[in-house]
Design a protein around this ligand. Sequence first.
Ligand code: COA
Length: 320
Amino acid sequence: MTTRVIGTGSSIPDRNVTNDELAKVMDTSDEWICSRTGIRSRNIAVEETTTSMAAKAARKAVEKSGITPEEIDLIIVGTVSSDMYYPSTACLVQAELGAVNAVAFDLAAGCSGFLFALNTAHSYLSSGMAKCALVIGAETLSKMMDWSDRSTCVLFGDGAGAAVVKADTVGIRSVVAHSDGSGGDVLTCENRVTRNLLVQREQQFSYTQMAGQEVFKFAVKMVPKCIQEVLDKGGLTVEDVDYFLLHQANKRIIESVAKRLKVSLDKFPMNIECHGNTSAASIPILLDELVEQGRFKKGDIIVMSGFGAGLTWGATLLEW
Ligand code: COA
């Protein structure tokens, strides 16, 4: 048995913020942001929360899959921007949906969060520990940005994407996942405060800190490698793949991966132009948009690959 995606959903905040709007409040320009990243606008949460977007995306995915919430026996939310330390976003979503039979927990793997959650759900389903899982990537990174750091804050947006997956004979063919904690200092966000009986301390770097060029180099080196690895494991080649769904961090990273794999950029659908980098939400939002556009047909071979804080990176090979 393997794991098949049977329904997808997504949710983004109502408020769209263009590069031109950012240029009114910081020293930047549409030309700089767009030429370096491919981003023209992003959506930023005002009333929305990580939980509310996760629940909205999940509800859509459940509706489209034709299952009832009671059938879900596993909920995993990939997030690094939950609204509360506890309960987890997954438990809050469970309550919203009435998925009373599910075990629910969050998984923190930076922008790789959705893929790591999907791979974990795949393990549960393959081993028979679960039969039907809800996998979500949901983030409100806008609340964790230093809005005076123009090199980082312009890149990110908020949103959530979800997929219902079920045990089936066709679906995921192979997965790979990697971490390198020794390189984690290139993308960090410390806890805000340490406050106990003995210590009262505001952390120095309580907003996202990023060494952009180091992250860029890591991504263009490791993503093609892990795509090759997941294909080798699944017994396929890059020529067999119909779509590569990459984490939407930077258009130039995606172009570089396509070039290194010697694959046409046409096979790399993108939505970074209007959403920016939504971290763990980027792959499931893209997946849902492509499903809505009717882009996939039965038998299509899809590779998803993500990378992010940790450092973490991975890939999933599946047959649609
Ligand atoms: N607007 C205008 N100028 C900006 C700017 C902005 N928003 N941000 C930085 N600059 C300036 C810098 O101050 C620097 O100016 P200087 O030469 O006078 O010092 C110049 O632009 C070049 O900065 P640099 O950091 O070298 O740019 P870059 O070409 O490396 O692009 C990133 C920066 C962040 C776009 C790029 O490194 C990147 O995309 N990295 C990957 C980040 C990523 O994907 N993170 C998420 C991973 S999950």
